[in-house]
Design a protein around this ligand. Structure first.
Ligand code: C5P
Length: 404
């Protein structure tokens, strides 16, 4: 509970409905030892009062850029230098847009420009506004400028829509703040290979079969491991995600490509995490010309793809610590443990995909971890938060295994 002791957190609040959750966030940050200073945009004051945030933060709330009386009081420079971490929550589409082009037209954006500290934005907006190409472009620019982007979550929105754009819950923001401030470089010198996304198996030059997989879990683990100093190689099927900072990405299409790329690098890896939704079967032959639609019925023979993770776990020389995933709908423990034993894995992480919003194509997940002699439940959270918790568990057991 005291991981943030002595840390200075500047909390920038902009005008989104999620601002009503900010007192809970401030309370949680302070309970863990942080000192919190709040800066509000003008629009934020329509959603929550400065007085409320002043009382919960125990410090005056700042808003005005230009009402100081002497140079020594310049609040933007003082606050920018004071902060160890700047969290912008909720961060509206407007705030993201202003930050992405380096505007400094209010106190908050001016502080962000003047600060040397890490900045994290926690987006909060309507799903269509979040999906808009221009917002996505702005987020990409922010990432390129080393601004952390936490979330968003997805689900029911205040306007009645459903989709991505909800602000992460306060507890998730606190966990991410702890991770980014603890300077925990506990994976330095470790090499991690992670498979992610689906594979595509060609039928003819036009068609293929594939699996549902957004790649988000694998990409989140890659991001978390890179943040902790690991050298990460992500062997990825076709997904619509940007490569996390500091991660080496190898793009593949089919299971055979993935197998080849994994085995090209596996001898230098301490840890292998198989997150990919590899197609179990591929057409025996890829038809050279497009299959025409004359017939009402066609038959395609499928043959089994090689099990990539099992082939890694079978290695005698330079076998890494091997972590697999299992998507289950029932008898989670028995099915996952059987899979772990069959594939000779050190750890299997089971998703209960029968639960709404767990697993495929979602921002959040919960995981049941099963080792030979231990099990741990990682509760429902944003995939980046969950990835850090998963890496904590992997590291503990990896270190224990290598000690004996
Ligand atoms: O057998 P199943 O597909 O349920 O196993 C899931 C686990 O095995 C995941 O870790 C997945 O990445 C891995 N896998 C693999 N190669 C395959 C099939 C699954 O690496 N051909």
């Amino acid at each position: 509970m005291v991981k943030l002791i002595g840390k200075h957190i500047l909390l920038g609040v902009s005008g989104g409905i999620a601002a009503y959750k900010i007192p809970e966030l401030i309370r949680g940050l302070r309970e863990r030892g942080a000192t919190v200073q709040v800066v509000m945009t003008d629009a934020a004051k329509y959603f929550i009062t400065p007085l409320t945030l002043e009382i919960v933060s125990g410090s005056p709330v700042f808003n005005a850029l230009l009402n100081y009386t002497s140079e020594s009081e310049m609040p933007h420079i003082k606050l920018a230098k004071w902060a160890d971490l700047i969290i912008l929550a909720p961060a509206t589409a407007d705030l993201l847009a202003r930050l992405s082009i380096g505007m400094a037209n209010d106190l908050l954006t001016t502080i962000c420009l003047a600060a040397d500290a890490k900045i994290a934005v926690v987006p909060s907006m309507n799903q269509q506004m979040y999906r808009a190409n221009i917002t996505q472009k702005n987020i990409k620019i922010l990432k390129e400028h080393n601004i952390l982007v936490w979330g968003p979550d997805e689900g029911k929105q205040a306007c009645g829509d459903f989709g991505p754009g909800r602000m992460l819950e306060p507890l998730s923001i606190i966990e991410l703040a702890e991770n980014s401030l603890s300077y925990k470089k506990d994976m330095l010198k470790l090499h991690l290979a992670i498979t992610a996304g689906p594979t595509q198996e060609d039928i003819d030059p036009i068609r293929f079969i594939t699996n549902h997989s957004s790649g988000k879990m694998g990409y989140s683990i890659a991001q978390a491991a890179a943040e902790r100093g690991a050298e990460v190689t992500l062997i990825s099927g076709p997904v619509n995600l940007s490569t996390p900072k500091g991660v080496k990405r190898i793009n593949i299409i089919s299971a055979l490509d993935m197998y080849k790329q994994v085995h090209d690098i596996i001898h230098h890896q301490e840890i292998f995490i198989g997150c990919a939704a590899v197609a179990d079967y591929r057409p025996k032959e890829v038809i050279k010309e497009k299959i025409k639609k004359h017939k009402d019925e066609i038959n395609i023979t499928f043959i089994k793809n090689i099990d990539i993770i099992a082939s890694v776990a079978k290695l005698i020389k330079n076998r890494p610590y091997v972590v697999g995933f299992a998507a289950e709908t029932q008898n989670i423990k028995i099915n996952a443990q059987n899979k772990r034993i069959k594939k000779n894995l050190d750890l299997i992480c089971a998703n209960d995909i029968s639960l709404i919003n767990h697993g495929f194509n979602t921002e959040n997940n919960a995981l049941n971890l099963f080792w030979k002699d231990k099990e741990v439940y990682l509760s429902y959270s944003h995939k980046l938060v969950l990835s850090h918790r998963l890496l904590d568990e992997i590291l503990k057991s990896y270190e224990k295994k290598n000690k004996y």
